[in-house]
Ligand binder design. Sequence first.
Ligand code: PEP
Length: 240
Amino acid sequence: MRQLIAGNWKMFGLTQEAAAIATPLLAAGPLGRDLLVCPPATQIAAVARILAGSPVAIGGQDCHTEVQGAHTGDISAAMLRDAGASHVILGHSERRQNHGETDELVQAKVRAAVAAGLTPIVCVGESDAERQAGWETGVVGKQLKGSLPDDFAGIIAYEPLWAIGTGRTATEGDVAAMHRFIRETLARRFGAAGESISILYGGSVRPANAASLLAVPHVGGALVGGASLNAGQFLEIARA
Ligand code: PEP
């Protein structure tokens, strides 16, 4: 399976900035890895126009559980798809924390995303306190159990909360242990079908640490926040 390097732009990017990040990706050349950018919803259509005909995929950062309806301020999976997205990040820790998203809600969003033809990227990860207490696999196991439907066929992103936006990266040993745990959990639940679920690592991935993190067994790529806002750094990670 080819590794995927996915950029989560979060709530960054006005029109000019989005173009400045997306345009250099057109000249990336062959990387041996797949690229995905997830701009804020307002920039998806513009970025899709810039990247039209290129192999770079586009994703949303969240979606509603319903196709349409009286949900002021929300965006549906069908709308993301219509704007040019093929993927959607779901259950990111910032949404779990800031918007109270539960595993049950994330699972409903996964179903909505798949129904609209999007590939869901489901984020899981433990807090610093949970890791200190030795609960990391328990927490991630519970998130996987609750957030994934029985017919799940998307992507997982393991993102320890203490490594997101902090510059503090998980050690290769931490990543190896957790990715092995996730791989075994998926195999138990989904059997052979689980083997096609790729598991990304996310949390302060930078050009300097990308090569070693991407070489860890069961790491299917990276979900990159801060460094994805700079096309040069994002491409350095993709080439690492
Ligand atoms: C993220 O928010 O998904 C992320 C991994 O952020 P950063 O790379 O900035 O830690």
